[in-house]
Design a protein around this ligand. Structure first.
Ligand code: PLP
Length: 443
């Protein structure tokens, strides 16, 4: 029997009438953010007290609902660590960056990050229901003075209208679901007026911080904009309450596919067995684990970082051991704007010209005999190959495999390897030319 989901309320909220407790506006306006508030719920440690009294720290705010999930006696509670600051936040670490994903550099207009060929990240607000201590966007999030205005929004819509390769818009922030309902509806309406936008996705932690926001009315509004997808953000099984389960049920019933993105955090969820329980509990509430992220190199999150190997170990403990549906992709979001890079255990052990050697999760090693007569796929007669359109420079390894390019080289490579001053072969164009017309010869 799976453990039943429960509902919790910290003792100080025992007398709050249900209508108030279940009203998201009440939750938002009763958020806790000072030592005095938080002390009424938790026995604060010296480190927490010091951080809460530090000026200029990344914003603190917690909904009464979310703080109630914490065991007040446990200084190491995994929910607590995500939202109550500790003095280690003030420590710098090597390689720490303000904008580690180089999002600002990829923004054609403020708040729109166009990093990948066919999809954009649209930052629609800087506000959240509560603030995660390891926030990757702490450079802008939480600051009420930095929020996006009407002019930015019009510029974002304008860019999308004139950029037909964008077929997928991911709304994030901040948290799109804290926007006033009318503004959110207008935003979605304007996006849906752009014919080339096929899907809209929302990234939101509101269902986790404030599940009462996911009213039937909100779900019905969202359902007018299908196909609409939603990713939530749960890091630990303790966040999966009865209220969250009811919220995800309402979202699922109006046809919104749900995914989960977690961040791998030291002392919160860096345990294989806990992760297995988390992903199984997520699938029970019809949320499919999507990504598990390596912690970004962002200021204030040094104490949350784990070695990349920890993520590999977790995936090793999930793949094969539980439902394939429950296994997320482990992702390192490359510092410097390289984007999301999946990292996983090695299952391919070796290969020859006619077989590959692979192993499974149990360590069973087997061989797969390659076909001796594979009639190669013919791009010339394939309508998909013929109609492909890729922005120059974004073909990546696929471009190497299909013969469009012979190599990818780092910037400055030619200059470096042209030390004797003679014209270097392959200097001009990074383009494959048929053998005999100069591909391998000095020209
Ligand atoms: C994460 C992200 C996306 C979406 O990536 P998927 O792998 O498609 O989920 C798009 N744009 C930016 C800038 C992102 O950081």
């Amino acid at each position: 029997m799976p453990t039943p989901l429960i509902s919790k309320r910290a003792p100080i909220y025992a007398d709050v009438p249900d209508e108030k407790w279940n009203d998201w506006r009440w939750q938002l306006s009763h958020r806790l953010n000072t030592v005095e508030d938080i002390e009424k719920v938790l026995n604060l440690t010296e480190s927490e007290r010091k951080a809460l009294q530090t000026q200029g720290l990344f914003r603190v705010d917690v909904t009464p609902y979310f703080i109630s999930l914490i065991d007040p006696e446990d200084a190491n509670d995994p929910v607590r660590k995500q939202i109550i600051p500790v003095s280690e936040e003030l420590n710098a670490f090597t390689s720490m960056m303000e904008d580690s994903l180089a999002e600002d550099r990829h923004s054609p207009v403020p708040g729109l990050v166009h990093r990948y060929p066919d999809r954009v990240l649209m930052l629609v607000t800087t506000q959240c229901a509560s603030y995660c201590r390891y926030c990757t966007r702490s450079r802008i999030v939480g600051d009420p003075g930095q929020t996006f205005n009407r002019q930015d929004f019009e510029a974002q819509i304008d860019y999308l209208k004139r950029t037909p390769q964008v077929r997928d818009v991911l709304l994030s922030g901040g948290d799109p679901l804290v926007l006033a309902p009318k503004i959110l509806e207008e935003l979605l309406t304007r996006l849906r007026e752009i014919p080339h936008i096929e899907i809209v996705r929302i990234g939101s932690r509101v269902p986790v911080f404030m599940p009462m926001r996911i009213t039937q009315e909100l779900c019905d509004m969202l359902a007018k904009f299908h196909p609409l997808w939603l990713n939530i953000h749960v890091n630990h099984p303790n966040e999966i309450s009865l209220e969250l389960a009811e919220a995800t049920d309402r979202l699922s019933r109006v046809g919104i596919p749900l995914g989960n993105q977690s961040v791998l955090l030291a002392g919160v969820n860096d345990c294989v067995h806990m992760q297995r329980e988390l992903v199984q509990k997520l699938t029970r509430i019809r949320v499919r684990p999507y990504y598990l992220y390596q912690c970004d190199l962002v200021e204030g999150s040094g104490h949350f970082r784990t070695p990349v190997a920890k993520g590999i170990e977790i995936i090793e403990g999930l793949r094969g051991h539980t439902s394939g549906y429950a296994v997320p992709q482990f992702i390192v979001d490359a510092p410097g704007g390289g984007g999301k890079i999946p990292v996983m255990p090695n299952y391919m052990l070796s290969m020859s010209d006619h077989k590959v050697i692979v192993r499974n999760y149990e360590g069973f090693v087997t061989t797969y005999e390659e076909p001796t007569e594979y009639k190669s796929h013919d791009p010339k007669t394939c309508k998909f190959c013929q109609s492909k359109r890729v922005e120059p420079g974004q073909t990546g390894l696929t471009g190497l495999l299909d013969g469009e390019q012979l190599f990818i080289k780092p910037e400055g490579f030619d200059e470096l390897h042209n030390r004797d001053g003679i014209q270097h072969r392959l200097r001009d164009e990074n383009k494959w030319k048929p053998l005999g017309i100069g591909s391998g010869e000095t020209d």
